[in-house]
Design a protein around this ligand. Structure first.
Ligand SMILES: Nc1ncnc2c1ncn2[C@@H]1O[C@H](COP(=O)(O)OP(=O)(O)OP(=O)(O)O)[C@@H](O)[C@H]1O
Ligand SMILES: [Mg+2]
Length: 237
């Protein structure tokens, strides 16, 4: 049995203030084993991005537990969570989130430098080469295509060798062919490094490339393709 990397228990979260408050996550339980690839789908506004933000430690739960690789994020300070995230979790967004006045190399190296990692520029150069951007190190984001910008973002996410890679609609801003290439890159990196991959997508075909599919609706898990655990099966029988 593979080790559990994500263990979310009764995760509950309401966002916004009084008049505009939304009960976004309604007591979600979720267990994910190390090495799984999980495609998260569901209608717009169902809480997918919020769920990823919680799993990345970027949004705090109102109640419930979030354990990542046995670290209880719900019980840690913001600084502890930030430090944990920097070392263990890579994040890729739909809109790339690169820093416009930094080159591709700096976008990848500077976060490593800030985290006191040794040889940040060497690692950044290696990661950019590994995503096919060895010839674009000194380009600024504005001088790169959408697909190339997403490759920089993937190199940045992979640079600290995270155990968990989280991607929120990573192909959402790309044309079909470029999107497929980016998906190929994510899956090949996942296999090569034995990472756990969680990705939110509106593309069912992309979700089906994952080993497991989860459908979120209205802040709850509506369906989960994961095989039923033996103890749950016994409880049903
Ligand atoms: N800061 C906030 N304040 C109030 N409501 C919020 C806030 N952030 C998100 N919401 C609401 O929470 C719900 C879930 O949002 P979320 O972004 O997680 O949905 P999603 O499933 O990712 O949707 P999409 O597919 O459109 O990206 C939405 O109804 C949204 O309006
Ligand atoms: Mg979203």
């Amino acid at each position: 049995m593979a080790k559990t990397i994500i263990d979310l228990k009764r995760a509950d979260l309401t966002l916004g203030s009084a008049a505009a408050s939304v009960h976004v996550l309604k007591g979600i339980d979720l267990e994910i084993a190390a090495g799984e690839s999980v495609g998260i789908v569901g209608p717009s506004g169902s809480g997918k991005s919020t769920l990823l933000m919680v799993l990345a430690g970027l949004e705090k739960l109102d109640s419930g537990e979030i354990n990542i690789a046995d670290a209880p994020l719900h019980a840690m300070t913001e600084d502890q969570v930030a430090d944990f995230r920097g070392r263990n979790i890579g994040i890729v967004f739909q809109s790339f989130h690169l820093i416009a006045n930094m080159t591709a190399l700096e976008n990848v190296a500077v976060p490593l430098e800030l985290a006191n990692v040794a040889n940040p520029f060497e690692i950044a150069r290696r990661e950019l080469k590994s995503v096919g951007l060895g010839e674009r190190l000194n380009h600024y984001p504005g001088q790169l295509s959408g697909g190339e910008q997403q490759r920089v973002a993937i190199a940045r996410a992979l640079a600290p060798s995270p155990a968990l890679l989280i991607a929120d609609e990573p192909t959402g801003n790309l044309d079909t062919d470029t999107g497929r290439q980016i998906a190929d890159l994510l899956f090949s990196k996942q296999t090569e490094r034995g990472m756990t991959l969680l990705l939110v997508t509106h593309d069912n075909a992309l979700a089906k490339r994952c080993s497991r599919q989860i459908r979120v609706r209205s802040g709850q898990i509506e369906s989960d393709s994961a095989p039923i655990a033996p103890e749950a099966e016994a409880a049903i029988a």
